[in-house]
Design a protein around this ligand. Structure first.
Ligand code: SF4
Length: 507
């Protein structure tokens, strides 16, 4: 079994992660690219300067917009309609799919060309189009590759991140019916030639939307390949699908987003193509679609509105930066998460927007809770806190694993009692003698099997901090004699309190 469209077998995150961990190609490819993206982002933000201030401005814009989402959505819809666009609202995925298919049928469409859009992945729209005999062709290079492979994107920005150029050459050679060299320019050249014909043939162009500008009813697309421009100008009809949270109030806010998004996503100062689309072709225009539709999709998003734990999730600008720094994503790639969205944002967004919450319970476990995602996020979404909330919710709803619950109860019993903690340390030190070699534990016996397959467990030190505390405390007391009397008094008080409280610190 596999989650629909991921192309990876396994019913649980654990099972899929195991498959990913045993795939050396995948691990190397993901690691190589995420490293490059992470370094690129670091350089781009350092060159810009005042990154923290930009982040805060971005966060404030998103917080304000989402807090007034009803107002800005209405303003956007009114302005877009005044521009000649057909605006539709879809409260569910099914409704959004139904609307898209009806437009395709009304236009007697045979072919749809698509630019990269995560929301259409969320809706599994390509399969739906195929079911009514409409060919949907992805025109972003990465998306085209994974479409040929019959897979879903494994990264928000780099859909084929898990493939190397040899695997890509193999896929494209099959498509071309001839052997193509595993050379990036040869492969990109082949896809470019092939897609040009498709752009000209297509009846409908389908795009996502990076930002929707409420004050003018315009849509803004960020891209690097120019395919979204072709998709939105060549076919006679255009359909844009957007999550309802894509709104920003005005063009002034776009400046901040255009500063944050490309730098966070790929380390670019600016995206290569940024297109603003305000309505269908006018009489005086040389090109552009004659008919334009925007489908604004809820699909579980409004469940986050007013939820103190989750509302900030709607601030996400889909840059993918949290994936690139996540120690879990960097090891297992995107398909192991099982949904359209992967990495830390996927681990929170997927259960948040899905009605069947229990089905996605285990996804929040795919995190070390290190907080790197928060540090990387250009709009400061506290994903690590949301992940903790999701885990807590699972426990409170009684859906946690019985053995895990028992283990946690035992852990709490040891950690909350000084005597038990001391005893556990003593036992641990004695027990580890059987398996420690050169200060490390590498055995794959019992509970250590999975952990030590991919890592090494450090041994407990001969002298723990707790063992050393007596001597350290004496040294500190001696040092206090030479300190400022005020600090001295505070330190002494602190030590007295500590003795009274019987805290055991970190052994
Ligand atoms: S959560 Fe933040 S870092 Fe992750 S994709 Fe969204 S905006 Fe980017």
């Amino acid at each position: 079994m596999s989650k629909p469209g991921t192309g990876m077998k396994g019913d649980t995150v654990k099972q899929r992660a195991e498959i990913a961990l045993n795939n050396d190609f995948l691990r190397k490819a993901v690691r190589f690219t995420t490293e490059r993206l992470k370094d690129g982002k670091l350089k781009a933000t350092e060159t810009l300067g005042n990154w923290e201030e930009w982040r805060e401005r971005g966060r404030q814009i998103r917080l304000h917009t989402i807090a007034h989402l009803d107002y800005y959505l209405t303003q956007f819809a009114e302005n877009a309609r005044a521009n000649g666009v057909h605006v539709h609202f879809a409260s569910t995925a099914e409704e959004a799919v139904h609307l898209s298919l009806s437009i395709a049928e009304r236009n007697q469409a045979k072919t749809v060309v698509k630019s990269k859009s995560m929301v259409t992945e969320e809706l599994h729209l390509n399969h739906a189009l195929e079911s009514i005999g409409v060919e949907a062709i992805e025109t972003d290079l990465g998306e085209y590759i994974i479409q040929l492979a019959g897979e879903a994107p494994s990264h928000i920005i780099i859909p084929a991140i898990h493939k190397n150029r040899y695997q890509i050459a193999e896929l494209l050679s099959k498509d071309a019916g001839e052997t193509l060299e595993p050379d990036t320019s040869v492969l990109a050249g082949y896809v470019r030639r092939k897609l040009r014909e498709k752009f000209l043939e297509a009846d409908i162009g389908m795009t996502g939307c990076n930002f929707a500008i409420a004050e003018t009813g315009s849509m803004v697309l960020f891209e690097n390949e120019g395919n979204a421009r072709m998709v939105s100008t060549v076919p006679r009809t255009q359909i844009t699908l957007m999550g309802m949270e894509r709104i920003i109030p005005g063009w002034g806010d776009l400046e901040v987003m255009a500063t944050l998004l490309p730098r966070s996503a790929t380390g670019q100062k600016l995206t290569v193509y940024m297109s603003g689309i305000t309505g269908p072709r006018r009489k005086e225009d040389a090109d552009g679609p004659e008919e334009m539709h925007i489908i604004i999709i809820d699909n579980g998003r409004s469940l986050q509105l007013g939820d103190p734990e989750f509302q900030e999730l709607l601030n996400c600008i889909r840059c993918g930066a949290c994936l690139n720094v996540c120690p879990v994503y960097r090891h297992i790639g995107g398909h192991a998460y099982g949904g359209a969205y992967s990495g830390p944002i996927g681990a929170v967004l997927t259960p948040a927007i899905n009605k069947n919450v229990a089905e996605w319970d285990d996804i929040a476990n795919a995190s070390s809770l290190c907080g790197a995602c928060y540090e990387a996020c250009p709009v400061k979404i506290p994903l690590h806190e949301m992940l903790i909330y999701l885990r807590r919710r699972k426990v409170e709803k009684g859906r946690s694993d019985k053995i895990e619950s028992l283990g946690m109860k035992g852990f709490a019993a040891v950690m909350s009692n000084s005597g038990r903690f001391k005893l556990a340390l003593k036992m641990g030190k004695l027990g580890q003698q059987l398996v420690v070699r050169g200060g490390e534990i590498r055995t794959k016996l019992g509970p250590l099997k999975k952990w030590n397959t991919y890592r090494v467990t450090p041994s407990l030190p001969k002298k723990s901090f707790r063992d050393q505390w007596g001597t350290l405390e004496q040294e500190i007391r001696e040092g206090l004699q030479e300190m400022d009397p005020a600090i001295q008094a505070r330190m002494e008080q602190h030590m007295k309190d500590r003795e009274k409280g019987g805290g055991h610190g970190h052994g």
